[in-house]
Design a protein around this ligand. Structure first.
Ligand SMILES: Cc1cc2nc3c(=O)[nH]c(=O)nc-3n(C[C@H](O)[C@H](O)[C@H](O)COP(=O)(O)OP(=O)(O)OC[C@H]3O[C@@H](n4cnc5c(N)ncnc54)[C@H](O)[C@@H]3O)c2cc1C
Length: 378
């Protein structure tokens, strides 16, 4: 893997502003799952890729994510279509890069809501043609023999999966690095300034980097903008908590979305649980106590109430654009600067990366992205 410690490259190569695809120089700011996916896709289309991150490679939200890959919840039809296509794109990428150590595809059992809300969710998925089955208690028990008590009904969405998103990002980056991409950790980008000919000079903490295109994949930091950008994305980030346990022998076979805890099992037996207290986690709350509550809820769910031990509590900032929907595409008023910022970035990363690379390097914009452009906030 080619990593750089000093990104300065002030010599102009004369390529700035040329209308090129094969040798376009693309700088991607942010190395989480969005930046990594986009870097891979740009490189696939022949671009010369540099990825810069102010911290270690692999991202921030991506390191603290539940990682559920799904299209089960989407406020609009356009968002559903994007998510559904994204689940497929993730599967395809997983096969191509052999991501099975970091991604599982067990499907989801969902019974977070009951009664009318449960029926409404089932009806909505069915109407959209999403693969969803309504299971009864016996069917659930047959699928999850280690659940102590099964609900009357659950929705089974068999196409869904879960990823250890930071590991996926790092694997993609390793691939990019092996093929000659530059991977630059601990290098903050402070500013962008236009260069002669229509490209940009990216000002980093270690020097200047000329390029043809800039892609901002800065996650929850997107609202801070950059000097020279002239525009910032309005955001309503939310804090979330993930609890990771030590490996447990008791096996669960699906992603389980229950009324009081969401959890799944990694290939090594460890459990990952998302706090169910959705929305913004109380920043002054008692995090260790909350983590213990989550552990107790998991234990309570499992046959024999095994000794589930806490390994790690992660607190992460969910990157959430102001209207809750993804933001992907050209930055208003800044030719050749693009951004990709979103929640559910684990689900969406591989697809968004591919669509953005196609748009930037081949000039083909996908109708799947038309509802999610940054310009809607101008
Ligand atoms: C608790 C929690 C649970 C979640 N659950 C799910 C889920 O189940 N399913 C799902 O699909 N999504 C989920 N998400 C959301 C998902 O994790 C994010 O949408 C996704 O990880 C965003 O990836 P990213 O690459 O945009 O951001 P990040 O992973 O945060 O990466 C952005 C990177 O940009 C770098 N950066 C920022 N500014 C600069 C700068 N000026 N210069 C250089 N580098 C910079 C940062 O250091 C960081 O590494 C969850 C998130 C959280 C926090």
């Amino acid at each position: 893997m080619r990593t750089c410690h000093d990104c300065s490259q002030t010599e102009s190569t004369g390529k700035e502003g040329q209308d090129m695809a094969a040798a376009a120089r693309v700088v991607i700011v942010g190395s989480g799952i969005i930046g990594a996916s986009t870097a891979l896709a740009c490189q696939d289309l022949g671009a010369e890729v540099t990825i810069l991150d102010q911290g270690p490679l692999g991202g921030l939200a991506s390191a603290n994510s539940f990682g559920w890959i799904n299209a089960s919840f989407a406020e609009t039809q356009a968002y559903f279509e994007l998510r559904q296509e994204a689940v497929e794109a993730f599967r395809t990428l997983g096969q191509r890069l052999e991501l099975q150590a970091h991604v599982i595809w067990p499907g989801t059992l969902w019974w977070e809501d009951a009664g009318q809300d449960f029926e409404a969710q089932f009806a909505s998925l069915t109407l959209r043609g999403y693969a969803a089955l309504r299971l009864d208690r016996d069917e659930i028990a047959a699928r999850e023999p280690n659940l102590r008590e099964c609900p009357d009904h659950a929705l089974f969405t068999p196409m869904e999966g879960a990823a250890q998103a930071q590991s996926v990002a790092q694997t993609l980056l390793a691939h990019v690095g092996k093929r000659g991409g530059r991977l630059c950790a601990e290098q903050a980008v402070h500013a962008l300034r236009p260069s002669a000919g229509g490209g940009y000079i990216v000002q980093t903490s270690t020097g200047d980097l000329p390029c043809d295109f800039v892609i901002l994949a800065t996650g929850a930091a997107a609202h801070r903008g950059l000097t020279g950008l002239g525009w910032t994305l309005p955001m309503a980030n939310k804090r979330g908590m993930i609890v990771q346990t030590k490996p447990v022998q008791t096996r669960i076979h699906h992603i389980l979305m229950t009324p009081d805890v969401h959890f799944r099992q990694n290939p090594d037996g460890s459990l990952v649980a998302g706090e169910i207290f959705s929305g913004d986690l109380d920043r002054s709350g008692d995090v260790p106590a909350l983590a213990e509550t989550v552990i107790a809820r998991i234990r309570q769910k499992l046959r024999g109430q095994p000794d589930v031990q806490l390994a790690e509590v992660k607190l992460g900032e969910r990157p959430v654009p102001l209207d809750g929907l993804p933001v992907v595409g050209a930055v208003p008023g800044a030719p050749r600067i693009f951004m990709a910022v979103m929640h559910s970035g684990v689900t969406l990363g591989p697809l968004v990366g591919q669509l953005l690379a196609e748009e930037i390097l081949h000039g083909r914009s996908s109708p799947l992205l038309s509802s999610f452009r940054p310009a809607r906030f101008v």
